[in-house]
Design a protein around this ligand. Structure first.
Ligand code: 0X9
Ligand code: ZN
Ligand code: ZN
Length: 285
């Protein structure tokens, strides 16, 4: 029998996609008013299926294994968008398994889709984008041109207090990326504590199944502007922001076998718990 949804878990549609699907956020808000908020997006890129799966794994851990994760759930309000690009996800199942973008119609082109991780409004379109609608890194006509990114912007800006963490889950390459990613030389003023937290999280992750997630600056992967992580830190002003690139390092790539879902969830959750606990410690007087 299905477990009853606890009173402290709520879902909300934060907006509609291009094709009219709901953008569903799950809020784990046992901590309640006055406790810090955090926001996690997953599946911004359609073909990165392990990201959505791991987000739902973490939701299960937090909600159904509450007793084990009590110190986190009692002290943090956790907002998770496990399916940030549902139109693209559906198309990656029914049309093209390697689809990345959303499913926007682009005027003057027969090519569909905008790369949602090039559409956020912080140094938008300055690096690592294309202005061609046929490109996989097409940044759109302007910042937040897409309903999916605009819904994330509005929802996260509405949270009070401002989230202490914004986190984006992708695949693949096994990386724990820290900001900024739009340029090699721009860093948040507290980059040293952000970098240290990426290193600590990566170490905890590695201890679970021996997978190493390199904790590097995003721009050192390649400079790319308009990603959610940069906007969380630069505009929303979260103290921490990260992008994690999950398994693997290329053997299966985006086509990760289903038997790696649970271990991928277990290891990312171990890393995230280090981040969650730091967020709590920083917010405790
Ligand atoms: O290019 C991306 O959007 C991310 N990599 S992926 O292979 N999943 O597409 C990395 C984004 C890193 N963050 C920034 N560049 N700000
Ligand atoms: Zn700039
Ligand atoms: Zn991605």
């Amino acid at each position: 029998m299905a477990k009853l949804q606890p009173s402290w878990v709520e879902t909300e549609s934060i907006g509609k996609t291009v094709e009219g699907r709901d953008m569903m956020v799950i809020k784990i808000k046992k901590a309640g008013a006055g406790k810090p908020n955090i926001f996690i997006d997953a599946g911004i890129h359609a073909r990165e299926w392990i990201a959505n799966a791991v987000a739902t794994f973490m939701i299960r851990e937090l909600v159904e294994n509450y007793e084990e994760n009590k110190d986190i759930v009692d002290n943090l309000n956790i907002h998770i968008l496990p399916m940030a690009n549902p139109d693209g996800y559906e198309y990656s199942r029914s049309g093209d398994r390697m689809w990345r973008k959303n499913r926007a119609t682009n005027s003057g082109s027969s090519c569909k889709g905008v790369d949602l991780n090039r559409n956020f409004g912080f140094h938008w379109a300055e690096t690592g984008v294309s202005f061609s609608p046929c490109s996989d890194v097409y940044c759109g006509t302007k910042e937040f041109s897409e309903p999916e990114t605009d819904a994330i912007r509005k929802y996260t800006l509405s949270l009070e207090p401002t989230p202490i963490l914004g986190h984006s889950i992708h695949s693949y390459s096994q990386l724990w990326l820290w900001p900024y990613g739009f340029d090699y030389t721009s860093r948040p003023d507290n980059w040293e504590e952000i970098k240290k937290l990426a290193e600590d999280a990566s170490a905890a992750l590695e201890a679970v199944h021996g997978k190493y997630f390199d904790p590097i600056n995003s721009a050192d992967l390649y400079p790319a502007a308009g990603a959610s992580d940069d906007w969380y830190r630069g505009v929303l002003k979260t103290r921490y922001s990260f992008t994690t690139e999950l398994r693997d390092t290329g053997l299966y790539g985006f086509l990760l076998p289903a038997k790696q879902i649970i271990p991928s969830g277990e290891e990312l959750f171990a890393g995230m718990k280090v981040v969650f606990r730091k967020c709590i410690a920083d917010s405790t007087p």
